[in-house]
Design a protein around this ligand. Structure first.
Ligand SMILES: Cc1cc2nc3c(=O)[nH]c(=O)nc-3n(C[C@H](O)[C@H](O)[C@H](O)COP(=O)(O)OP(=O)(O)OC[C@H]3O[C@@H](n4cnc5c(N)ncnc54)[C@H](O)[C@@H]3O)c2cc1C
Length: 286
């Protein structure tokens, strides 16, 4: 299939603004977002500082943004990008279920996830994974532990319950866990460290120790350096210039992921600039 001109990662104000402005320049735009529209925006009870729309709620604004993007012809998909890399003259982005191909990428992933558990970095790929549907088969017949900040983690755990001999589930959100497979053991407390040197051997939590072969971590967002390892960061945020260009040619970034202020107007403005820079980049490489 023909690559998209722009792949936008993240469906918040920054990503939706970039996508709409990419379409206004007649580019083929795909937006892949973990949620259809950012949960963070929806959490804003009342937004009073967004020009021209005082007293609007985050939910209302989210609905308007989405409607606008759909009307402009943005292709919107719900998925989480796990990995991004350049191959020849395009970018390939691996979601949980599908591979996406585009000529440029705009990262609009929201406030970056900086927190790493002790042992996580060292054991990533050696028993620590961020996607059950991608890596679950490696743990067939083994014991695994799922740490989830999101209800979506329940689906991941259920998938693993069909493959693994034992699945522990530690939810870090409020919920009733009604959708969980009855074979899954719900664990309380918080994770203190991941154990093992060459490979993961277990998990230590505030309530006990679990000997497992794999840990799946379901977070609000992946650490940025896991997504695109060459990306230059500054204090954990994506380093950009005034045209929202990152250090990777063809990759742009906008919104909370580039630093403070974490505000809607800044995200929308940066999304616009990122889209225009991507359009310039496409024109110069043609
Ligand atoms: C309670 C609350 C109240 C607020 N009130 C205000 C206010 O009054 N005024 C104001 O200006 N701002 C307010 N904000 C801040 C505002 O919501 C954010 O600044 C804004 O949403 C940032 O937009 P963004 O697009 O950069 O990121 P986000 O809105 O965080 O969107 C990023 C999206 O990218 C997705 N994503 C991340 N990684 C991936 C991946 N690998 N693959 C696919 N998708 C991914 C995330 O799941 C998310 O949906 C408030 C925030 C909160 C929480």
């Amino acid at each position: 299939m023909e690559p998209y001109d722009l792949l936008v990662i993240g469906g918040g104000p920054a990503g939706l603004s970039a996508a709409v402005n990419g379409r206004r320049r007649n580019k083929r735009v795909l937006l892949v977002g973990k949620e259809t529209v950012s949960n963070k925006l929806r959490q804003a009870h009342r937004v009073d500082n967004y020009l021209g729309l005082p007293e609007i709620s985050g939910v209302e604004l989210a609905a308007k943004y989405r409607k606008h993007a759909v009307a402009e012809g943005v292709d919107l998909l719900e998925d989480e990008i796990q990995n991004l890399w350049a191959e020849e003259d395009v970018f390939q982005a691996m979601g949980k279920t599908q591979l996406y191909v585009a000529k440029t990428v705009i990262m609009a992933t929201g406030t970056p996830q900086k927190v790493s558990l002790p042992g996580e970095e060292e054991l990533a790929g050696k028993g620590v994974s961020y996607c059950a549907t991608c890596d679950g088969m490696f743990f067939r017949g083994k014991k695994v532990f799922v740490l989830s900040e999101l209800e979506e983690g329940e689906k991941e755990a259920n998938f693993l319950a069909d493959l693994c001999t034992e699945v522990y589930y530690l939810p870090r959100y409020q919920g009733e866990y009604k959708g969980l497979d009855p074979r899954i053991k719900v664990v309380s407390g918080r994770v203190l460290r991941l154990l093992g040197e060459e490979k993961l051997t277990g998990v230590e939590t505030s309530t006990g120790r679990y000997e497992v072969d794999g840990v799946f971590i379901e977070r609000v967002s992946l650490p940025l350096d896991r997504l695109l390892p060459d990306l230059a960061l500054e204090n954990g945020f994506i380093q950009v210039d005034r045209r929202q260009r990152t250090n990777v040619p063809g990759v742009f970034a906008a919104g909370d992921c580039t630093g403070k202020p974490w505000q809607i107007a800044k995200a929308v403005g940066e999304g616009l600039v990122a889209a225009l820079s991507a359009v310039d980049y496409l024109a110069n490489r043609a």
